[in-house]
Structure formats: structure tokens, C-alpha cells
Design a protein around this ligand. Structure first.
Ligand SMILES: C[S@@+](CC[C@H](N)C(=O)[O-])C[C@H]1O[C@@H](n2cnc3c(N)ncnc32)[C@H](O)[C@@H]1O
Length: 281
């Protein structure tokens, strides 16, 4: 993995292999994110947890219907369509994987949401949009892929209007000094395999500073680990045996994002899940 530049080959390996694509389409119904489980709810209903996480995002964005919102790293556009349907937002999604952009457009057309969701190829470190183009922006579990998180946040800041809102959701590693050599030895191979260079550049302590450095006022840094863990536990229970069996027929890379699910469980002591809400003053 080359640090400091876009690793398209690595991202294609993570998301583009037939096993990964089958996993995301058939199992995750095109979503490429984890879920939010309320206390007392069953952990086994992962699709409900995913819809609930999208609900958390919509409420944290807290923007009126019709607002223009950037989805940085939109995948197949599941989140964008939920934001359009449930919150009436007008979403512009960008992603660096052409097959994700094509899939997002196709699915939005099928859902008759192409007037409220548009998708194009774009790297969120270097966006083609004019300053102040958006009322809001979000990253649903994509900042971990960033090769330069400070630059990505500065770019999101640039394309927001004054008063614009930013919501970041996703996993964050423990501070490197707290991990120690043993923690790094467990976590780093996972981060490298999943092309998560961002996860080595910011942590639970430093993301607030990075946001402030980019010009944002942090409204809330919510540690949501307890809400995410049930999905992680359930997916591990569902997939650890199929994953072990598949590995008998070839390297884990062929099934990489099933690897993400199973191995995320193994590194869970070194990872937290946060929802950051920030405003461009
Ligand atoms: C875990 S997936 C999340 C997709 C979507 N947000 C969702 O929740 O379904 C991460 C996405 O970020 C995209 N991505 C990674 N680096 C990116 C970058 N620099 N600019 C835009 N998208 C990027 C990947 O291609 C992938 O689609």
C-alpha cells in the first residue's frame, strides 16, 4: 500500500472481487456499512440495524428537506437513497470505484430516485465542486480509506457553505501509543489488507483536532461502540464457519469482505465506533 496517494488497485481488490461483490449484493443488500442496535433489541436483525444507523445519520445531519448533501464514498448509493426517501435530502454521491458509481445509478433509477440522487466518479480529497456547494456532507464508513485525512476534511470543509453540517460515521483505531507493539501486530495487518491507511493517521483522541484543524467546530463526538458491537457479533457468528470453509478452497483475499466481517471481530478490542457531528462556522 502506497501512503499519500489513492490506492485504487487495493480498493478494487477489497470491493471488486466476485466474492466481495456477491457478499455485498446478496447478503448486505448493497449496503457496505455496519449497523446500529438499540439496547434490548436482537442483534440478529442486521438489516434493521443498518436502517437504524442510516436513521442516526439523517437525524445528526438535521437538515431541512431539499437540502443539498454530499455523500463522500457513496458505494452503491444505499445511504444516499435512504437520505433522499426518509429525509427528503438531495444527495450527490461520489466514489472512486467506477462499478460502485454505475451500480448506484442503476439502483436509483430502479427506485425512481434519480431526480434526488446523482452519482459521479470522484475522490473526496480533490472534489470537482465549487466552494460552498453543499448544505451538508457525510462519510459513512469511508474516512478509514483516506490516504490523507487532513486533506479530505479540508476538502469537505471547502465544499460546504458557512453553517453547513458534516457527519462522519465509522470505526476508529485506538491511539497508536496505547495500542503498544502487541496491539499493532494484531491490528495493522487487518488495516493494510482492508486498505485503511486513514485508520493509522487518526484515532479516537486526534480526530477532533483534525476536524478543528480543517476549520470545523465539533458539535459532538459520540462513542457508539456499544451500538455497533451487536452487528459485529452477529455477523461473526453467521460467517465464521462459511469463511473457514471457503478458505480451504483458496486465499482469504478471494472473499475479502467476508474477511472484513470475521477479522473485524478479532481486532474489536482495538477499535471503537464513532459518530462525529461538526459544523463549518
Ligand atoms: C465501506 S464502503 C461504504 C460505502 C457507502 N458509504 C455505504 O455505506 O454503503 C467505503 C466506500 O468508500 C469509497 N472510497 C474509498 N476511498 C475513497 C475516496 N478517496 N474518494 C471517494 N470514495 C472513496 C470506496 O470505494 C467504497 O465505496
Amino acid at each position: 500500500m502506497v501512503s499519500g496517494e489513492l490506492d485504487l488497485t487495493g480498493l478494487r481488490r477489497v470491493y471488486g472481487r466476485p466474492g466481495s461483490r456477491l457478499f455485498y449484493t446478496a447478503v448486505c443488500r448493497n449496503a457496505r456499512h455496519w449497523g446500529w442496535t438499540e439496547p434490548g433489541q436482537s442483534k440478529w436483525r442486521c438489516w434493521r440495524a443498518q436502517r437504524q444507523l442510516e436513521g442516526v445519520l439523517g437525524r445528526k445531519l438535521s437538515l431541512p428537506a431539499g437540502s443539498r448533501v454530499l455523500d463522500a464514498g457513496c458505494g452503491a448509493g444505499v445511504v444516499a437513497r435512504e437520505m433522499a426517501k426518509r429525509f427528503g435530502l438531495r444527495i450527490t454521491g461520489v466514489d472512486v470505484l467506477d462499478f460502485h458509481v454505475r451500480e448506484a445509478r442503476r439502483l436509483s433509477e430502479r427506485a425512481a430516485l434519480e431526480d434526488r440522487t446523482t452519482f459521479s466518479w470522484g475522490d473526496y480529497h480533490d472534489l470537482e465542486f465549487a466552494d460552498g456547494s453543499f448544505d451538508g456532507a457525510y462519510s459513512m464508513e469511508t474516512l478509514v480509506h483516506s490516504y490523507d485525512p487532513a486533506r479530505a476534511l479540508a476538502e469537505l470543509h471547502r465544499v460546504l457553505r458557512p453553517g453547513g453540517r458534516l457527519v462522519l460515521l465509522g470505526p476508529i483505531g485506538a491511539p497508536r501509543d496505547e495500542l503498544g507493539a502487541e496491539g499493532r501486530a494484531v491490528l495493522d495487518p487487518y488495516l493494510d489488507a482492508m486498505v485503511f491507511p486513514g485508520a493509522k493517521q487518526y484515532d479516537t483522541r486526534s480526530l477532533n483536532d483534525l476536524l478543528a484543524g480543517a476549520g470545523f467546530r465539533v458539535e459532538e463526538a459520540l462513542d457508539a461502540t456499544a451500538r455497533y458491537r451487536p452487528t459485529s457479533d452477529a455477523l461473526y457468528a453467521y460467517f465464521r464457519v462459511p469463511y473457514a470453509l471457503l478458505r480451504l478452497f483458496g486465499p482469504a483475499e478471494r472473499w475479502l469482505n467476508m474477511r472484513s466481517v470475521v477479522e473485524m471481530y478479532k481486532v474489536r478490542d482495538y477499535v471503537s465506533w464513532y459518530v462525529h457531528t461538526a459544523v463549518k462556522p
